[in-house]
Design a binder for this molecule. Structure first.
Ligand SMILES: C[S@@+](CC[C@H](N)C(=O)[O-])C[C@H]1O[C@@H](n2cnc3c(N)ncnc32)[C@H](O)[C@@H]1O
Length: 271
């Protein structure tokens, strides 16, 4: 084992994903900088710098600070860990970004408050139950103004199952869960990496878990909340510089990596 892997908190001390972010992944997200290519693609193609923008799960403010440097003027972010909100506020030396402690499942922003929303870095995949993900999607819909845009990235199961190693892991977990009478969907996966190194306790199928979406349910999560799908794709479409405009068109395309989704709140959509 490398020194890095021995630095992990023991799996039994990580009770939920909030714990993972605080005790294990905090340093990775509190002072990161700059955009990843897929994030840059979504932000440049679907958001506007002059509009009021909210980021869910802002961590140390990496994305909002990079957007401020690119001329975005009305930026807001929330995270359920006060420690991230403090780190992000400290880094915003101009003090012009509003950072708040809030949980995506229950926001205290008013109805129709924002022109555009960012739910990137798979923030909805860390919610433990389907009901939590549905509540978060409904809250996103409520705080977005009619005609506003939501950009999302999610962990996608189809992209992942292209990897033979992941397929083998799924088969192993299927057996393990059968033998131990656990009725947990294989879409719930233990964290496969912690602190940028393999998380070997994943082999014991220990939680906390992250949720890997199937594409139809990912789209339904947002359309059931009231959104219209505007564009969808995976890493493969981002590399080509163009997302599909409908779910059916996407289903026919090659697929790799994360899911990228763009939604709109209908002009006549009520909060
Ligand atoms: C993968 S990190 C990404 C941080 C930041 N968005 C970035 O890209 O640098 C996910 C963040 O979402 C936050 N988070 C997870 N679930 C949340 C929830 N239900 N409500 C608010 N924040 C949440 C975590 O605390 C963490 O800061």
């Amino acid at each position: 084992m490398t020194e890095k892997t021995t630095m992990h908190p023991p799996a039994e001390t990580l009770h939920d994903n909030k714990d993972v972010f605080l005790k294990s992944e905090f340093g990775l997200w509190s002072d990161r900088e700059g955009f990843e290519p897929g994030e840059q693609f979504l932000i440049e193609n679907y958001l506007r710098p002059d509009l009021k923008t909210l980021e869910a799960g802002c961590g140390g403010g990496r994305l909002l600070l990079a957007m401020q440097a690119r001329g975005y003027t009305d930026l807001h972010g929330f995270d359920y860990l006060p420690q991230f909100v403090e780190a992000a506020s400290r880094r915003d030396t101009a003090g012009r970004i509003s950072f708040r402690v809030q949980d995506a499942r229950s926001l205290d922003y008013g109805d129709d408050s924002f022109d555009q929303l960012m739910y990137l870095q798979q923030v909805l995949c860390f919610l433990p139950e389907e009901a939590d993900r549905q509540r978060a999607a409904r809250e996103a819909y409520r705080v977005l103004r009619p005609g506003g845009v939501l950009i999302v990235t999610l962990l996608g199961l189809r992209g992942r199952t292209r990897s033979l190693a992941f397929k083998a892991l799924l088969a192993y977990q299927y057996l393990l869960r059968k033998l131990t009478f656990r009725r947990l969907s294989l879409q719930y996966q233990p964290w496969l990496r912690l602190q940028n190194a393999p998380n070997w306790s994943a082999l014991w199928d220990r939680g906390p878990y992250v949720y890997w979406f199937r594409e139809p349910e990912a789209v339904e999560l947002f359309t059931n909340a009231g959104f219209e799908l505007a564009a969808i794709g995976s890493e493969a479409q981002v590399c080509e510089g163009r997302l599909a405009e409908s779910f059916d068109a996407f289903a026919r395309l090659p697929h790799s990596g994360r899911l990228y989704i763009v939604c709109r709140k209908p002009i006549d959509g009520a909060a």
